[in-house]
Design a protein around this ligand. Structure first.
Ligand code: NI
Ligand code: MN
Length: 226
């Protein structure tokens, strides 16, 4: 599994010979120098919830690549009206696509779409094949529901958790989330994009280290193989 960070909560994941783009927010991300979209060629686009910092570039990238949008029913319907292919999920449900299994799991947050439409309830994803399993939490508070993930999904190799506080859990709660999901390797996201979510990165690293967990803060554009 190869994971590439594109800032904020945007990740490109290569797993099972598929490219999955998650929560594309490129063209309006204030801290990105390269805002071009033509470098993205996903087969699947996973959307955690309806907020503009997660859906901003879904339509452009999906249309350019004939990509399948996977999200909750309200969000796939909203993109369906714009001509995008979608596969609707709801919380606790999973789908199979060739070797891949994609499960939509609970998040505590909100999910209005950019035009004010109802974006359903927000979620995260657990995705796996025979070789690897990851959890992308989306925007969420720390929640006891995270304890269900190790009970219902394969052992996580890595989890992508928000750590920026203010709109999501901060790194202190995210370190507890790492315990709840029984995962030792965490990639942080949803921090430093704008003022409300700027963090002390050394303090974040230390919060995880104290719990025996590894926090990985990828440079934008960098990848990790897991
Ligand atoms: Ni949000
Ligand atoms: Mn957000």
């Amino acid at each position: 599994m190869k994971i590439t960070y594109h800032g904020h909560s945007t990740f490109m994941i290569e797993l099972s010979r598929k490219k999955l783009l998650i929560d594309p927010f490129i063209s309006a991300n204030p801290i990105l120098t390269d805002k071009s979209l033509d470098r993205f060629d996903p087969e699947l686009i996973l959307v955690s919830h309806g907020h503009s910092d997660h859906v901003a570039d879904v339509e452009s990238i999906a249309k350019a690549n004939d990509a399948l949008v996977i999200s909750n029913y309200e969000i796939t319907t909203w993109f369906g009206e714009k001509g995008l292919k979608g596969h609707p999920l709801n919380h606790g449900g999973k789908m199979s696509l060739d070797e891949l299994t994609i499960k939509y799991v609970n998040a505590i947050h909100t999910s209005s779409l950019p035009d004010g439409s109802n974006g359903g309830n927000p979620g995260g994803f657990v995705v796996w094949d025979h070789s690897a399993c990851f959890y992308f939490a989306g925007d969420t508070a720390l929640t006891m529901d995270m304890k269900l993930i190790p009970m219902t999904c394969p052992k996580l190799d890595v989890a992508i958790l928000p750590i920026g506080d203010n709109f999501t859990m901060g790194y202190e709660d995210a370190a507890i989330a790492a315990e709840f999901i029984e995962c030792d390797r965490i990639i942080g996201c949803h921090y430093d994009t704008f003022g409300y979510i700027e963090i002390d990165k050394n303090a974040a690293l230390e919060a995880f280290r104290k719990k025996g967990k590894e926090l990985i803060l990828l440079e934008i554009g960098n990848s990790i193989e897991i």
